[in-house]
Design a protein around this ligand. Sequence first.
Ligand code: ADP
Ligand code: MG
Length: 738
Amino acid sequence: MANLPSGNPRLWALNQVSHRQTRQFDWPRNADGQYLRVTDIYGINTFSTKAMKEKLSKQTFQKLQATIKQGKKLDRSIADEVAHAIKEWAIENGATHFCHWFQPQTGLTAEKHDAFLSFDDENQPIERFSGSQLIQSEPDASSFPSGGRRSTFEARGYTAWDPSSPAYISEEPNGKTLCIPSVFISYHGEALDHKTPLLRSIEVLSKSALPVLKLFGNNSDRVVATLGPEQEYFLIDKAYYMLRPDLIATGRTLLGSPPPKGQQLEDHYFGSIKDRIQSFMQEAEFELYKLGIPIKTRHNEVAPSQFETAPIFEELNIASDHNQMVMEYLRAVAERHDLAMLLHEKPFAGVNGSGKHNNWSMQDSDGNNLLEPGKTPNQNLQFLVFLVATLKGVYKRSGLLRSAIAGSGNDHRLGANEAPPAIISAFLGEQLTGILDAIEAGTQAENGTEERIIGLSISHLPDVARDYTDRNRTSPFAFTGNKFEFRAVASSAAISPAMTTLNAAVAEALDDVYAQIKASLDKGVEFKKAVLEVVKKTIIETKAIRFEGNNYSEEWVEEAARRGLPNLRKSPEALAEMVKPESIEFFVNSGIFTKEEVEARYAVRVERYVKDVDIELQTLKELVKTYVLPAAYKQQQLLATSIQSLKDVLGGDAPEHQVDDLKSLSKLINKLHKLMDKFEELTTEHSGHEDLDKEAQKMGYKVLPAMLEIREVCDALELVISDDIWPLPKYREILFLS
Ligand code: ADP
Ligand code: MG
């Protein structure tokens, strides 16, 4: 590492970056020196089916498999044997400690490590791991967000193993740890985490889907939701990161003048990946393969220094855990490459932000995709039922879906002409829209239409709908041939809140659709007719949620208002959806949350929003006072000295241009001072912790706009202050030089 020069630290960063070497990463080889295949290393750090088979008795293996497949709790009677097997496997692979790995409502994961070390009756050291240690652990719940639950419930919570997600070994530079994916609940069973409601919603969806399948003669015993999350992120050099207090504290730049070249040349998306980045991706993928995470795709994204990774889809619960691990490992491996990975939804103004595209579908117990149009009329009818039920769920609960993706970061991205707007709508594509329109228009008299549709048109759908041209990148919820893609999810957020809400919404709609079909059948209506009638009715009912046009346009905002679709622009209004009486009723009826749990979750989310913005505003104040203004004063002095010396040497009037420069600089400085005074007033009058809602409103509608005004002046200053004085790494450096 080069020494830190005493001058401008920004120049030190540039110097560092210009000397970076691409980190060599050697893919492991076998004894003959041949490279190992991905299939040789895939999942070696997970307690996989193969490892289980080796380590467990046949009977226990079968019981455990059944538990995993049915998403049930572990049978106590086999817990000790399973724990012993996992321990042996983990120790053979170098682990010394174990931890319950869980997802408190921070959006991150948490873990508390314990050594296997114990002592036997003769006081000799042994390695021990009991069934009860596997099943349950007690972290101190009082330091995690609980939304005030602690006053109502007991302070203590516990974590419990989720056997449906494989235990794995995490490798650190100086040791290894066995990680046990777990839920985190209070002693009375209230969910304190993201995983518990997700698991509940997966069960609820299955329960509601099964009777519908049964109508079509499908006797599946379980329906699982599937998920393939595409993850966007930024990578920047660590030297820049270290010199940006805003990135460190808030994850985004609060200041920074857009560079002359941003993303307008459209030369980054799918461009060739730089060696340094590719080397990072290869090492990250290597780590993820060992953990059994099926990473498939990597590419440059739209913004400079923006990238994407996507796995092959998996069962939702596992995909959700895996996405948390992907975020963690990308960050850790980036460090090794002297890169900082940014997961914030809008780290840089003026270029695209990041999201997560959640590709979602449902599968029966034979692995058939329920959103895959079929070949036979019967299959197609079934497809239509699941399709319209999904539309109905999204239509009816669109406000809640919006609330599920709310957060201070995503507010900057949604509707910023790059990401879907805050209005939730669904895109189906021309073909499918045509089919639904035809069903809607079809009358009983011309029965043939419907026959043709379910017989022919739908069977041809897959080829057409999967064609990339029939996509609408502006839609928040798009059908892409055999799945829906929820594109408005925040890049840094846990997947669970969005997916929990979607599952519950679709489950509710499936119940409703089923009840209607059943009622017709009971009245003696013929099966196909009964189903089609309900499909048609649902198509008409949910028409407002379907939008095929440009979601970025101003016309859509007006059109959506006419249709009565909610447009919840900022988090405070979006989050408020959660605690509306009808929302609480929905969550309680679906069995996802109790009233208290919803209220607690709401409190956690609002508090988080307020804290996020509070950290941003404190950081901005510091940046202005200790970076921007001092730089501006130096520039002022530079000009003043220059003017004075010119006058001394040449005599006569002060040099006109320099004086003008000095005046306009001083004007900007004065303006900044005035704005900062107002800002100080605004931000010190606290509405008080008691009224968190009011505080959130203030943050969203007063503080953030005020921060933007301040930013404008700072960015103008950046453009007139000598480059060797400006201390903060500039956009053109951060985004283009690595
Ligand atoms: P795109 O063209 O949007 O990149 P892909 O076909 O590559 O679409 O898929 C994107 C993601 O969707 C991948 O993670 C993929 O595994 C996932 N996916 C595909 N089929 C399903 C499904 N049935 N359920 C959930 N996710 C799926
Ligand atoms: Mg996609």
